[in-house]
Write a protein that binds this ligand. Sequence first.
Ligand code: FES
Ligand SMILES: [Fe+2]
Length: 349
Amino acid sequence: MFLTDLWYFGALSTQVKTGAPIHVQIAGQPVLIGRDNTGKVFALRDICPHRAMPLSRGRQIEAEDGQTQIECAYHGWRFGVDGVCTAIPSLNEDQKEAMTRGKIRTRRFAADEAQGLIRIYFAQDETAAPLMAAPRLDHVGDSTPGLSVSMMFDCPLDHAIIGLMDPAHIAYIHRQWWWRTAKSIHNKEKKFGPLERGFSMLPHVPSSNSFLYKLLGSKPQTEIRFELPGLRTEYVLVGGRQVTGFTAVTPVDDEHTKITIALYWDHPLLNVIPNFLLRNAITTFAGQDRDAVEAQQEGLKYDPRLMLIHDADVQAMWYFKLKKEWAEARAKGRAFVNPVKPATLRWRS
Ligand code: FES
Ligand SMILES: [Fe+2]
């Protein structure tokens, strides 16, 4: 089951234009993400409560009172951005009142937009307000991504997440001259600490086996954070400049996971690298992860026992512990206690 009472990544701001709502699927739920006529984003369960037509097949209109509404394509029922049905065209005057007085509604999700990212809150109890404010990226201010890449992985969420955080695969799956070579494997030692709902590979000078880091200039500082439900952020700070890679790993359903990578920077080097080269590099990298987890699905069909081995897999173990603790804390309505303790992990990669 997917975790609730958390903010999930919904879409990039650029994907949602006023008047043109989009359909996405998050954690097994169909979601319509729209932008009202003031520019504010909203999110509704993308199913008409009348006869299940996806509301995103309908059209967005501006009612006489200026309010934004979604009109279902099938029988023209209308819904406000709060999900409440405001009109049923097939009713005559004396049938109208009782039917439409706020009783019919589709679910509304809390939606948030900042830094070019739209986030959607999945509440266990749909009437409850979010437990926490929507997350924000550090260091990027109000800027929006200079580049983004989305990709579907045909695998369940957990394998996609573990595949992205696991350090031992890098020299194998991502072996390429501009990143790692077989000879570049060496001993690593990294310090980790807990975050509110995750953990951080604490700021450090990154491994000298990354050719790309060398290009950024002297002594870049890197921090890699992981937070529930599947948000990985890599901050690189160098000479007062930043390069930030945000990766949202979003469950679509039990067998599909969407990866969205958004890159922010104010480092001049990235302005001179042509956009298509950066995009190719990110697409190649993420495509290697996708190919690995999709091939892994072949083996998983036989339901083998899996191993998590020593320090290189401790982050994966933490992920499972975080998930379990979050689910338990929410089920019991108690405070979440982060199971991650500060640690130094050592591996070769
Ligand atoms: S299915 Fe939406 S109005 Fe009938
Ligand atoms: Fe990878």
